[in-house]
Design a binder for this molecule. Structure first.
Ligand code: NAP
Length: 309
């Protein structure tokens, strides 16, 4: 039987409807909307799209959502100075610095920037203070993508406690916090990565399999225990015909889209996994929309905490 598709887009719309009255109440009580500042350095095309979507969703939900743009030749010092100004801004409750930063800023630029954001405004949950609180399972602003995955599992009534979760990927922004959030909900958690031998065998032990890798279609049928829940965090733009043809059979609608546009957005999970999984998220329309919704929730939370309500 084909897997149940977990519709992240529909859940994101529902959650944003739930937030709207809270945003309106904040605005009427405090005479201003909760405010989010998004810092974009340079002109990375993928970042432009992500930022546009965040600004649009924020505006639609009633937030003040401002783009703070710096040119591609801005220095790390310029970026840190902007973050410091935003830390002091009375109208911005949340600050998000869009990754990646220009390579010329140096390998540790992102870390330096995240170290500078005031933890109370860190709506991405990337500062050391918020990461530390999250590790200790204390209330904190938590990274948006893993929070969105938990929200999806909970709302779809997929049991977590006592289940074996395997997270493929150990990045600071997805894999590690994902594993910890599952652990805090009493899953038994395995973290796999590029040095894990026999990845398929490790993955097949999962009741809940999370792929956060960045490799199109890496997770094939043989990675999945029949009936398991598979969450695809991957967002990969594929422009090679052989990769698209490996993922979609001749005649598939998405292959037609690829041929018309010259590229297509795919996840880390091969579509054939739908033949064995019990439930899975699509790409697009799965985890991605929830990430933005969690950003809105974190901004509202940061705003409420700042004004003490
Ligand atoms: P990342 O920082 O590049 O980390 C990738 C992780 O995957 C690393 O831990 C790496 O292992 C592991 N890995 C790479 N190749 C592997 C392989 N062949 N087998 C097993 N593990 C492998 O990436 P990220 O920032 O976590 O993002 C992962 C994916 O999620 C990307 O496609 C990204 O675009 C997507 N993403 C989506 C959202 C969303 O809103 N949906 C948000 C953020 C990211 P090592 O540590 O050993 O190198």
């Amino acid at each position: 039987m084909a897997a149940r598709m977990l519709d992240g887009q529909a859940l994101a719309v529902r959650l944003q409807e739930e937030i709207k009255p809270q945003v309106a109440a904040f605005t009427s009580r405090h005479g201003r909307p909760p405010g989010l500042a998004i810092v974009l350095v340079g002109d990375n095309p993928a970042s432009e799209v992500y930022v546009r979507n965040k600004l649009k969703s924020g505006g639609a939900a009633g937030f003040r959502a401002d783009l703070q743009r710096l040119p591609a030749n801005a220095t790390l010092a310029d970026t840190l100075a902007l973050v410091e100004r935003l830390n002091e801004s009375p109208v911005h409750d949340g600050i998000l610095v869009q990754s990646p930063l220009p390579k010329a800023m140096g390998a540790d630029a992102a870390q330096r920037v995240f170290d500078t954001i005031a933890p109370a405004k860190d709506v991405d949950g990337f500062t050391p203070i918020n990461v530390g609180l999250m590790v200790q399972n204390r209330p904190a602003l938590v990274a948006c993508t893993p929070s969105g995955v938990i929200e999806l599992l909970v709302r779809e009534q997929i049991p977590i406690a006592g289940r074996h979760a395997v997270v493929i990927g150990r990045s600071e922004i997805v894999g590690k916090p994902m594993a910890l959030l599952l652990l805090h909900r009493d899953a038994t958690v395995t973290i796999a990565h590029s040095k894990t031998p026999d990845l398929a065998e490790v993955s097949r032990r999962a009741d809940i399999l999370i792929a956060a890798v960045g490799r199109p279609g890496l997770v094939t049928k043989d990675f999945v225990k029949p009936g398991a829940t598979v969450i695809d965090v991957g967002m990969n733009r594929v422009a090679e015909a052989d990769v698209a043809q490996r993922l979609f059979p001749e005649g598939h609608a998405r292959l037609a889209v690829f041929r018309a546009k010259g590229s297509i957005l795919v996840g880390d999970v091969h579509p054939e996994v739908a033949e064995v999984a019990g439930a899975m998220t699509p790409v697009p329309g799965g985890v991605g929309p929830l990430t933005i919704t969690m950003l809105m929730m974190n901004t509202l939370r940061a705003a409420s905490a700042r004004v003490g309500t």
